[in-house]
Design a protein around this ligand. Structure first.
Ligand code: ASP
Length: 309
């Protein structure tokens, strides 16, 4: 029997309500998700690696201005775009991550380069950007990262200085992917602009291996989205893996315990996507909505945004 392969992606969780979405905008969000899932799935179906599939899916979402990663990254308090990303190989437990970088078109590519071509796991700021220059990583000027919608969100946030406290109003838009390939290998990746109006230098969970991203062939691959400070404190992605490894929980049980109980207890709003070695997929979130999609080699697929699928 052929090994099952599958991919799942997210485009962020948060206060995403049907009532505030126009049909046209919804179509655009869905188009981005479909393009991303197809980019990853095509690699998997041709026998490519889960790592390449995760990267390809995330690149599509980073290039789409609607999502808070790459081109559509949010503004920080200083009016800049500081991006974080990470990737992990579940076969080797190798990982690469980048934090607080600017002007990098696809931070996920830089994270992968750090994993594959440097002795390090996590690089930040100017040092990471200098390393990117040695790796043929594309740069773009600030204008490339400007979107009116993100600018307006930042202006609104500035008025109330709302970034840290009012998380009921927050919309997250981080992107991520998890995949299982025909060789049975799992990978996970996450990329983000962080949170609107965040302080200069603030780093969230997305580039923190074990918090925003984790992959291990023995258990699962996980990519998170939500209030990063809480996700770091709850070590969310690794906790899902640990619950499977040490407690023998299923993927679904582990994800549900972390997202609906442990995170809720500390008011950690958000969600995650996860995949196990059998191609089971879980996509729980405790916020109003989460942009998400999956596609499996058995023909199952879905694209969803709101709480009701
Ligand atoms: N987790 C991200 C952060 O805190 C934000 C998000 O998921 O949208 O940086």
């Amino acid at each position: 029997m052929e090994q099952t392969f599958a991919i799942a992606i997210h485009g962020g969780a948060g206060t995403i309500l049907r009532s505030t979405m126009t049909p046209g905008l919804q179509l655009q969000y869905e188009k981005g998700l479909i393009e991303a899932i197809d980019a990853g799935y095509n690699i998997l179906s041709q026998g490519g690696s889960s790592l390449d599939a995760v990267e390809a899916a995330i690149v599509v979402l980073e290039d789409c201005p609607l999502y808070n990663a790459g081109r559509g990254a949010v503004f920080n308090h200083a009016g800049q775009h500081e991006m974080d990303a990470s990737v992990m190989n579940g076969l080797t437990l190798e990982a690469g991550a980048v934090a607080g970088v600017s002007n990098i078109v696809n931070p996920i590519k830089l994270a992968k380069s750090i994993m594959c071509n440097s002795p390090h796991v996590l690089m930040c700021g100017k040092g990471a950007e200098d390393f990117a220059k040695t790796q043929n990583i594309a740069f773009a000027d600030d204008a490339y990262f400007f979107t009116q919608q993100r600018y307006d969100q930042w202006q609104e946030a500035l008025k109330t200085d709302s970034v840290q406290l009012d998380h009921t109003e927050r919309k997250f838009g981080t992107v991520g992917a998890v995949a299982l390939d025909k060789q049975g290998n799992i990978a996970a990746g996450t990329s983000t602009g962080g949170m609107t109006n965040k302080q200069f230098g603030r780093v969230g969970d997305s580039p923190v291996i074990g918090a925003g991203t984790y992959a291990n062939n023995a258990t699962c691959g996980v990519s998170c989205t939500g209030h990063g400070e809480l996700f770091i404190r709850a070590v969310v992605a690794y906790d899902v893996s640990c619950l499977m490894e040490y407690k023998g929980l299923s993927l679904e049980e582990a994800c549900n315990l972390v997202v609906y109980e442990k995170l809720v207890k500390i008011q950690g709003e958000g969600g995650l996507i996860a995949i196990d070695k059998n191609g089971n997929i879980a996509m729980p979130f405790n916020s109003e909505g989460m942009y998400r999609a999956y596609k499996k080699s058995n023909g199952a697929s879905a694209v969803s945004i709101y709480r009701e699928a």
